[in-house]
Design a protein around this ligand. Sequence first.
Ligand code: C5P
Length: 270
Amino acid sequence: MMPSSRLTRSSRRSCKPNRMALSLELLRSPQTVRDRLILALDVDELDQVKALVQSLAGQVGMFKVGKQLFTHAGPAAVRMIQDMGGEVFLDLKFHDIPNTVAKAAVEATRLGVRMFNVHASGSLEMMRCTVKEVGRVCRQENLRRPIMLAVTVLTSLSQKDLERVGVVGDVGDQVVRLALLSKEAGMDGVVASPQEVADIRAACGRRFVIVSPGIRPYKGKLDDQKRVMTPREAIRAGADYIVVGRYILEAKDAVAAVREIVAEMSGAGA
Ligand code: C5P
């Protein structure tokens, strides 16, 4: 069985429709502990990307390209990672009118990314339109279907932050509400704080993909994150994937930091 990060670029872009369902099924359930760790490449220089991917390609399951790197380097960053054998989670958190988000999602699909995301609060219609359009283009152009995720409530937001923007009620309830809406729209899963993973799992079932940022190993500092857990706690709670950025990027030895996190995940029975 070929782990996600070992797929060649050409196989990513040309899976036959009958193999697509199989490969999606395999990749929905990460195969090894390492596959479950996503490194947030929150840097801006392509040289930094190259060095990180070179040293960590066999150590993590996926590389996350977010707003900072994509705004600086664009699709070239994605292609560079893919050419070096890495899989990409395109974390641009699309939130716009349905037609615009669906078209952006199609371009992400054409880039061959393994995962991308939209904001669940963008509406049921926005997500449905995205799922439909990506599915149509995958069939028409014989492309691999990416894992489509919806962001529930950012891990940097507290109850008070939500109240200030008019969302009253419990954060956990809001997360589950948005997760159920995403599922209804046909999304494959959600991005959510590890603190809400257990409730999402209970509401949305075992096959719904849960990706959790807001991970802080035991001795890590919080930075701007508020609703955090350790890697061990997140895996125990039922997260399929965890996303870690600064803890690895700011470490003196990034490879050692990755190994420490993978060991902690393994200790949780991952
Ligand atoms: O450095 P740190 O580990 O906090 O990085 C977390 C990463 O996960 C960042 O790239 C951030 O954009 C992303 N993220 C998040 N909260 C979400 C979704 C994505 O922190 N709800």
